[in-house]
Design a protein around this ligand. Sequence first.
Ligand SMILES: Cc1ncc(COP(=O)(O)O)c(C=O)c1O
Length: 372
Amino acid sequence: MNPAPFRLERYFAVHEFTARYLMCSSDPESLSIADLLAFEPGSMEGLGRTWLGYTEYPGAPELRRELATLYESIDIDNLIVHTGAQEAIFSFVNSMLKAGDHMIVHMPSYQSHYSVAEALGVSVSPWRARESENWALDPGELEKLVRPETKAVLICAPHNPTGYLPDRERFDAVVDFARRRNLWLFSDEVYRGLEHDPAERLPAACDLYEKAISLGALSKSHGLAGLRVGWVATRDRDVLAGMSAFKDYLTISNSAPSEYLAAIAVRNTSALIERNMSIIRNNLAVLDTFFARYHEILEWRRPSAGTVAFPRLKRGGAERFCAEVLERTGVLLLPSTLLDHGNEHVRVGLGRRNMPDVLQILENYLRERGTK
Ligand SMILES: Cc1ncc(COP(=O)(O)O)c(C=O)c1O
């Protein structure tokens, strides 16, 4: 298997730790181990006592007990913890799909949603978000995309890179379609919890449908990407068995210190999400006024959820724009060419505390260069 280079990750490999200012990150402001331990008195000693042998292959029971509380119908045997959501995507595709199968994938998308499948010989049909409808998905299109060899539908909600969140009716329509066609519904929910209006939060797909796989991670909603903790939650016995066996060839078991810290994070989900949401709310207000000032060159579609937005450049290519901004200001933006979505859009991150200051640097540059 030889997956295509992951363009976004290769870009970050070059720039993430050298660019002066990041303005396109999807992981929100993180915290230190000390900050996390401060949520629970005595946890420093607990971390010190953590045994450094292998942990159980599906994840430490204490962590899975905490994760199960995030769902209605999931118990600890319905969860497999992975090294980040990325490992779980790789494992699902490799263990449950094979050459000749077909999968329908929400696009634009995080590249592993389709490149891993393509490398395996699975054919992928893009299910495109509609920009003119605020990046909405049309569940009616699924009937046109499905084939006899279709095995799975992949949806990402809240969505990276557009910040789209389907309403309940549309989400139910996707679940109904998957159920009618007896397909797996792989639901990437790593931004779940970061709905800008909490009343719009969707149920987890695994609670609605017995063949759904909900993908979770601490990297985004909790702001703890460095823990490298992700998981799948599903009631599908075949998926649990297949992914368990495949994980033996990946990381076998997870990092014991990360699992200890992850359990603290999950117990304090509400506080961590509120911390991230207060940064996001503040940044959104600043971005609203910025995009109103620059409406001649940039089209703003306010995201409904998550840590990223995907404005459109009205003139000039996104790739050149991002390269010039980086060279002249040190601000890193992400062009849509790296997300297989033309050359007109730019991904902007909403979750970092310094976003207003970085935006000011970008604005100074735009003012200086004029709105050409
Ligand atoms: C939609 C989506 N899924 C999965 C991942 C991978 O997450 P992790 O860092 O936990 O592996 C990302 C990371 O950006 C993402 O945006």
